[in-house]
Design a binder for this molecule. Structure first.
Ligand SMILES: [Zn+2]
Length: 247
């Protein structure tokens, strides 16, 4: 896969990284990534993935832009109020990098449509704001055998990990279903927190594409903005997990 002079200039600074190089950039250009949600997390992950030269991104979101989104969903601007987030996001991303192919689908992700929406994408990036949607992504990741890059935020706290079917625990192993989770209201969120978590997700996504070591697998990284700490917890597979377990 050839690069134009324009593209080579655009990606110079990451091509300079020995683990990336031109070969790595080619892998990035060939990659197809599914970003589930164009909100606080998706604004940042879709931006960095597009800026970094991911060849194809599929974005899915069901909502329109509201003023209450704008403290953190930085791909959407004041003038976008009332527009579909997919349309608003796609406009910015296409302007950012005309070499990327962006497929934006305005839809709710359901158990029925998720696999079809993911299509031939080989990585799922979680940019959702509810556990119902995450459980659907998790089941789809396992069914399709593709990695699921998890991120979640709450007030000044955030978490991230990488789930790889057959190799790591899954979302359900780490966060078992509990009564009342569907009824919980969306939490308060400080804008930069999803920004930080989505940056971590973007780095992990690029590393997955390049096949690099040192992934956030089997580890849940927890950020607390109140005391400005990162903590890491080992996470284990639940052998009787109803989603990935063999029992
Ligand atoms: Zn599991």
């Amino acid at each position: 896969m050839e690069f134009t002079e324009h593209e080579l200039q655009r990606y110079t600074r990451q091509i300079m990284i020995p683990e990336f190089g031109l070969e790595g950039q080619q892998k990035i250009k060939s990659a197809k990534v599914f970003v589930a949600g164009v909100g606080g997390l998706g604004s940042i992950s879709s931006y960095y993935l597009t800026a970094g030269g991911i060849g194809h991104l599929t974005l899915v979101d069901r909502d329109k832009v509201d003023y209450s989104n704008l403290n953190r969903q930085i791909i959407h601007w004041t003038e976008d109020k009332g527009k579909w987030k997919t349309a608003s996001g796609m406009r910015k991303l296409e302007s950012l990098n005309p070499h990327a192919s962006i497929h934006a689908i305005q839809a709710e992700i359901t158990e029925e449509n998720c696999e079809e929406l993911v299509g031939d994408c080989s990585i799922i990036v979680d940019a959702m704001d509810n556990m119902k949607g995450r459980r659907i992504l998790n089941a789809t990741s396992i069914k399709m055998g593709i990695p699921y890059v998890y991120g979640g935020v709450h007030q000044l706290d955030g978490m991230a990990t990488v789930f790889i079917p057959g190799k790591t625990p899954c979302l359900e192993c780490v966060f078992p279903r509990h009564e009342g989770e569907a009824a919980s209201n969306p939490p308060g969120v400080l804008g930069p927190v999803p920004g930080l978590i989505a940056c971590i997700q973007s780095i992990e996504t690029m590393k997955l594409i390049l096949g690099l070591e040192g992934l956030l697998t089997g580890r849940l990284l927890c950020f607390c903005g109140f005391d400005m700490t990162f903590r890491e917890f080992k996470i284990n597979t639940n052998p009787s997990c109803p989603v990935c377990g063999t029992n």
